[in-house]
Ligand binder design. Structure first.
Ligand SMILES: *Cc1c(COP(=O)(O)O)cnc(C)c1O
Length: 521
């Protein structure tokens, strides 16, 4: 592709990322930046009467609780604190500052209207112990959201309790186990998981007490019904499958696979993390799925960088409905008026409670807002997400090697075959992207692709952003072949250059005190 949008300057003088902007302005060594404390600095002033300790005998009031030594806290003014946290936020990369093509995790733009509704006092200031007659609006929102999620899934029952995808997986598997046990079928102790699965799938199965049978994907990156049939027997409780899968490919044999599992007496769990690709296009319940989770924070746009909070609601078929967590939300007509209730009675087969109160309520306010905003335009989301991924795939496929050729869904996976010989690695390519102001995509996942680079642009990115990204990717590829050493220490102009990721994970320094202790040796 010849530079279609006049981006020479963009490539030559890498755009100024927030991190770079800050790092160029830095005048202090790092310890000084964090060490803002000076004895006697304060963010508050007590009034005269507050100082008058004579009036209250603090020592006898507090007894043993009275501190013997001053708390070891930084001594700072209010502006010191504000600037510290604002600076930290600028060193961070965020979806609100740039392109974030993180495959599988769907980092889409989070519309600000979601934040406005989640901050409405009637939602934000609710207390979970308030009586139901005061929380009818909140319960109605949850009831409506359950209905929308069920409709999109093609599965008639829903529980909003699980707090994230992984907890949805565990809850769904608990329902499957309870279903088999309720029929006295206790020999089903195994769950089938394809080798392309997200790590949480086998982990959830193991956590739920199942053993995991791994089945290999076919050379085209999908799972075949024959591979499932080969391991299906009366000890298998079910199969977990992601569709579209983590390779960004729709599982073409899904209906056949579900049939094989059902005929063998098992249930099929769908990991719905990739629902962004099929929203309003295909319904999992229609292609044979018995239970699925949504990652509400991914598909329905809740900010989730840094780990939460999230929502992992599950939708289930009639067979599995009796086992859903309690309380369930019920809608009744009382004196001609819709009334919503949280109910436990009548759900004796339930797996119980999996999360305090009603799940992460404000995450659901955001999801509901998002869904209502799109309304009947929901299929536009998946159409554009898939179009954007395929644009990236076709524009880059003469440079990078696509792991599985052919049309992809919402994400495209490249492997390292096109640059491996030069000595550059996928990690080098990913880190170099930071110098151009782009968040690296997911790397080295799925595990069954050598040096995987998994790109998910999402529907919210414009053609211009995608063209800039493509140009950056081509530039980095040229560097990888011609000057791989340029990539080795990258990123070069971020606040932090290449980290030792092993010690960052194994020996993290997360607190002020730890950092100070480390410096003082
Ligand atoms: C994100 C993800 C999960 C886990 O979901 P969490 O909400 O992070 O717990 C599971 N499977 C796939 C494919 C995912 O992308």
């Amino acid at each position: 592709m010849e530079n279609p949008v006049g981006l020479e300057a963009f490539v030559e003088n890498a755009p100024i990322s927030p991190a770079e902007r800050v790092s160029r302005g830095l005048q202090f060594e790092e310890p000084l930046i964090f060490e803002r404390s000076e004895p006697g600095r304060r963010g508050f002033v007590f009034s005269e009467s507050d100082w008058d300790v004579e009036r209250v005998d603090v020592a006898s009031e507090l007894g043993e609780l009275l501190r013997e030594n001053d708390a070891e806290l930084p001594e700072v003014t209010e502006p010191d604190v504000v600037r510290h946290y604002t600076r930290l936020s600028q060193w961070n990369y965020a979806i609100d500052t740039g392109f974030y093509p993180l495959g599988s995790c769907t980092m889409k733009y989070n519309p600000k209207i979601n934040e406005a509704t989640a901050r409405l006092p009637g939602f934000a200031r609710l207390h979970p112990y308030m009586p139901e007659r005061w929380t009818q609006g909140a319960l109605e929102l949850l009831w409506n959201l359950e209905g929308l999620l069920s409709e999109i899934a093609g599965l008639p029952h829903c529980s909003l309790q699980p707090a994230a995808g992984a907890q949805g997986e565990l809850t769904g598997l608990m329902c499957i186990r309870a279903f088999h046990e309720s029929r006295g079928d206790t020999k089903r102790t195994r769950i089938i998981v394809p080798d392309s699965a997200h790590g949480t799938n086998p982990a959830s199965a193991a956590f739920c007490g199942f053993s995991v049978v791994e089945v290999p994907s076919s050379p085209d990156g999908t799972l075949s019904a024959a591979a499932v049939a080969a391991v299906m027997d009366e000890t298998v409780a079910g199969l977990m499958i992601t569709n579209p899968n983590t390779m960004g490919i729709f599982e073409g044999e899904i209906a056949e696979i579900c049939k094989v599992v059902h005929e063998g007496g098992g249930k099929v769990y769908m990991d719905g993390a990739n629902m962004n690709a099929i929203l309003g296009q295909a319904r999992p319940g229609d292609f044979g799925i018995d239970v699925m989770h949504y990652n509400v924070h991914k598909t329905f746009s809740t900010p989730h960088g840094g780990g939460g909070p999230g929502g992992g609601p599950i939708c289930v078929s009639d067979d599995l409905a009796p086992f859903l967590p309690v309380p369930r939300i019920e809608r009744h007509e009382v004196e001609g008026k819709a009334t919503f209730k949280l109910v436990r009675e009548g759900y004796e087969q339930s797996v119980g409670k999996v999360k305090a109160f009603w799940g992460n309520f404000l995450v659901y306010v955001r999801a509901y807002t998002y869904l209502r905003e799109y309304g009947s335009n929901l299929p536009r989301i998946s159409e554009r997400a898939v179009l954007n991924a395929n644009y990236v795939r076709t524009q880059l496929s003469d440079t990078y090697s696509v792991a599985y050729p052919g049309t992809c869904m919402h994400e495209v996976v490249f492997d390292d075959r096109s640059y491996k010989a030069s000595g550059a690695t996928t990690l080098d390519i990913a880190k170099r992207m930071i110098d151009f102001g782009i968040h690296p995509p997911t790397t080295y996942f799925p595990l069954n692709v050598s040096g995987a680079l998994m790109v998910e642009p999402t529907e919210t990115e414009s053609l211009r952003t995608l063209d800039e990204f493509i140009l950056v990717m081509r530039t980095i590829h040229r560097e990888a072949l011609e000057a791989p050493e340029k990539l080795k220490g990258a990123p070069h102009n971020a606040f932090r250059t290449r980290l030792d990721e092993t010690s960052a994970a194994r020996k993290p320094v997360l607190t002020y005190r730890q950092a100070r202790a480390q410096r003082e040796g």
